[in-house]
Design a protein around this ligand. Structure first.
Ligand SMILES: Cc1ncc(COP(=O)(O)O)c(C=O)c1O
Length: 398
């Protein structure tokens, strides 16, 4: 049998290798100039085009999206007695950070026609919410890089006085909404619509530093708090202490912060990946196009909607009873797959803490049972894409 095709594989090359060597040889490995440059270049990427320039988008590099979500919610003052609304259909990071802060996670079902949080279900949850825990924030998740309806979510958040932190771990780069008819104008970037947005640079993500992430916000105070709390609650960055004319040894701790900074070794890789983000997206898009052509007319499965960052290519089997066997069959044929996501409300911790039954979120449960994600990574050869297509077809026939 030919080599197995992994579910995901990072796309890095000579430039990333040279970037790592440059940093290794520079004598400065931790957070410094490279991280600052990555932040500036990330802000420039998300600010090119019709985006508002004022207030400017601030970007803060962190060591994971999980850390970034934690920092963003902390900066918004989320704490014990607060409720944070989020989909059950997400990775555990989205909810665990709420618990780090002593707040409660309130799950919301997804919309029947998408993988994303349902505005109607959010509104219903808010209307039925009591005073304790107090509704404080909502964390929409752009699943697979397909943006949520941010106009709707932000509208609901405004009506109920909630902060919005976008979990954009999958969504770099993705435009929210459709182009207005007759124009090329597109909506804003996913991650820039709420009070803060958080991107992931984890190894399987659309651009990667191995581990890493970016918090973005137009809120100056929020960004300043994130900046301080990502390095121990110290009021000066290490780089500032190194380069500033003030005494380098002196600093003040203004809060018990965290150790969430992104080292230059990784930031340098991120800069190369960012510089080819559009090229990487096109590669993912062309694989998705091939899958769409191959699977679009099949009765037994549903292909994902077009658009977004194409982080995942998630298909749905009409006969959900076949899903687990389908994954096994593909594995036997050397095709790696994954399931996005096992809902959080059926995970022992959340199930038991909140006394949740599996059918509490029916759309979430139904989607989970139907779906599997196929390999979609830049660098997949045409032959590998064809092998995935042939394997899916042959398993469907059995
Ligand atoms: C939806 C979602 N949010 C957050 C994260 C956390 O990202 P990181 O691994 O960078 O902490 C992930 C990771 O896969 C994710 O899928």
């Amino acid at each position: 049998m030919p080599d197995p095709i992994p579910f995901a594989r990072p796309f890095t090359g000579r430039e990333e290798e040279e970037a790592v060597l440059r940093v290794l040889r520079s004598g400065w490995l931790t957070t410094g100039q490279e991280a600052l440059a990555l932040e500036a270049e990330f802000a420039a990427f998300l600010s090119a085009g019709p985006e508002p320039r004022d207030p400017p988008l601030r970007c803060l590099a962190v060591n994971s999206a999980t850390s970034g979500l934690h920092l963003a919610l902390e900066a918004l003052g989320v704490g014990p007695g607060d409720a944070v609304f989020l989909p059950s259909y997400t990775f555990t990071s989205t909810a665990e950070v709420v618990r780090y802060l002593g707040a409660e996670a309130v799950f919301v079902d997804i919309a029947p026609d998408s993988y994303n949080i349902s505005g109607a279900a959010l509104e219903e949850a808010l209307a039925g919410a009591g005073k304790t825990p107090r509704p404080k924030a909502v964390v929409p998740v752009h699943i697979g890089g397909l943006p949520c309806d941010m106009e709707e979510i932000c509208g609901i958040a405004r009506r109920y006085g909630l902060a919005v932190v976008e979990d954009a771990a999958h969504a770099f780069p993705a435009r929210v909404g459709k182009a207005a008819p007759g124009t090329a104008d597109k909506g804003p970037w996913a991650g820039t619509c709420g009070d803060a947005g958080v991107f992931s640079f984890y190894a399987t993500k659309t651009i990667t530093t191995g581990e890493g992430g970016m918090v973005v916000s137009r809120n100056k105070e929020l960004a300043e708090r994130v900046s301080i709390m990502r390095s121990h609650g110290i009021d000066r960055t290490i780089w500032n202490r190194y380069t500033d004319t003030k005494a380098s040894w002196y600093y003040e701790v203004i809060a018990p912060g965290y150790k969430y900074n992104l080292p230059d070794l990784l930031a340098a890789v991120g800069r190369v990946q960012l510089s080819r983000a559009v090229e990487l997206l096109r590669m993912r898009e062309s694989i998705a196009e091939r899958y769409d052509q191959a699977f679009g007319g099949m009765e037994d499965l549903v292909i994902p909607p077009p658009g977004g960052a194409r982080h995942l290519y998630t298909i749905r089997l009409r006969n959900s009873a076949r899903r687990d066997g389908f994954i096994e069959e593909l594995k036997r044929l050397g095709i790696g797959t994954s399931v996005h996501f096992i809902p959080l409300h059926i995970m022992p911790y959340y199930r038991d803490r909140y006394g949740l039954r599996p059918d509490a979120y029916p759309e979430t449960l139904r989607r989970f049972r139907e779906t599997l994600s196929l390999p979609i990574w830049p660098g997949m050869s045409a032959g590998q894409v064809n092998r995935v297509i042939d394997a899916v077809r042959s398993v469907l026939k059995t």
